[in-house]
Design a protein around this ligand. Sequence first.
Ligand code: NFK
Length: 385
Amino acid sequence: MSKQIIASTGSRRLITRRSSIGWALFVAYFALAANHHQFRSSSVAVVAVDPKPEHVALWLSNLSRYVRFRSGKFDCLAGMDGQGAPSESTLATWERQYSPSAWSVRFQTPDEVISHHVNFVTSESERNREALETSLNVAYGSGDRDKVDIYGDDLPPDAPLFVYIHGGYWQMLEKETSAYSAKPLVDRGVRVMIVGYELCPAVTLEELVRQIKAAGEFVLNYAAENGVKHVSMAGHSAGAHLIQSMIDHTFQNAVGEEFNLLKDVYLISGVYNVQELRYTKSVNKDNLLGIDDTNARRLSPLFANYDHLRSATGLRFHVYVAQHDSDVFREMSTRMSEHLKTYGLNSELTVLPNLDHFDIVESLASADYAITTAILDGIVGSSKE
Ligand SMILES: N[C@@H](CC(=O)c1ccccc1NC=O)C(=O)O
């Protein structure tokens, strides 16, 4: 007994020295873990781990960014404001994180994922045009693509309205191939409107946001004129970005009372931060989106103010992301939902298992799919209130 006491007293200095070494190791481990954390949940700041000495400063800056993030003082996802272009390895990470087709586990190659998606959405949309009563190319603006297609036009004029804004990084796809959700909804009494819009680079992203606001005004006017009580709006990927950009303070003011007809917003695998996209060749070759240091943050819904929506009674956000979306996409959705909640808004995040960035919307062609039933439940739920 006394021997043990003597032994422990005698080794106290050693213990103290050991614990300093322990602390040093702990701090070093934490620095690496923080960097690794940023690598994984990379919308915080995607910086690939690189042991070169010039990256030590970057690690330290990432560590401080991580600490600021954990303490709630972090306010910029990319952390790129005023920091210039990313390193080559960081950019390579971003290219992959922002290439949804690289994350699908359904096919061997990203090209196969995309070509399957395009084939699927094209044939489903064609089928729906044949099967359903339509009113096509109803103009909301003067441009060639400033038009909507209406499905289920034989339903009563005041039938609930579902509006869909397709994705494709603001540069691909079109309303004609984006009507795959129509049948299960029309079959249950919901009129479906698929929004067309001009693509980049024919317009800049900034112009496109203005255009989508015109589409939104058109939709809500249409609803008001036809006695529609419930409008739901869904956007996929770039389309979710467009919805979140549309519903700003000016839009709400311009639309007036009719804004309150918008009840449910479905944000599916959305892009909510375009800052890193300034640099990615896969998305923004030759800056086809027209984003730069002056507008990238303003065009990123994650940094937008949604305080005005507190007055929008009964508005609910349903944020969905796929298990097989990339880290950046999952992080963006998580933070979008949290961001909305900070304004006291009703928002719920759902990570859908066994789906990727593409079948998360392809599945809207099925009546028993989680998002399809949520859309229908949202309408039935609202009518009971
Ligand atoms: N080049 C992209 C394509 C893409 O992201 C995409 C394709 C179709 C519909 C939505 C997409 N993503 C965002 O809008 C990819 O690698 O997956």
